[in-house]
Write a protein that binds this ligand. Sequence first.
Ligand code: SF4
Length: 228
Amino acid sequence: MAVRATDELLMRGRLAVLARRPRPRHLALVPELLPALLRTIRACRVCDGRLPHEPRPVVQAGAGARILVIGQAPGSKVHASGRAWDDDSGDRLRAWTGLDPVTFYDPEQVAHMPSGFCYPGKGQGGDLPPRPECAPLWHARLRAALPQVRLTLLVGQYAQKLYLPRGFAPNLTEAVRNWRTAPEGLFPLPHPAWRSRLWMARNPWFEAEALPDLRARIRGALEVPNAD
Ligand code: SF4
């Protein structure tokens, strides 16, 4: 199923609005539907033939999740294990967030919704971008089934392109540097690939100022009582 550029732009705008707006409770899917939605996502074969392998969507979500992590797309290790952020990048992301593995992998506390759910394969410069079909197809439905989310981490340029307002920042570094002025509930982060160590060395404010604020916001989001 091809996704036209105009459809993608329209959907990107809708996703950004959805992420910023507090969701009226009557618009949220009832939590009982989430398991069925997850089964449907995990059975998705839309990109069959466009991936170098069988589709294997990687997603984690529970109706009580307070933190939503929107990353790029699974890498080869995550594709093999089927577990989100099950690689060196995940180790760095957990260190940045201060989340221990038990909390990080508890779907009732943390949801993982990549920009593309399946490993897209390798290109000349590393992993290919997330499949463009994925976010327009699944994100709004899954997001609507997560009514308790208080904080959404936009990890890397693809998540930021989907959810930050157009013109928010000219590049990833500036988007992260402007984390304090991001729409409420959104926190832009660099992708925690090995290159992020070089990026952090060039941007010491990230470790000194942004990460302590990130950890405080995560603690706050996990402590807030449920809306129901
Ligand atoms: S990348 Fe997304 S749309 Fe494509 S097969 Fe995987 S789950 Fe389906």
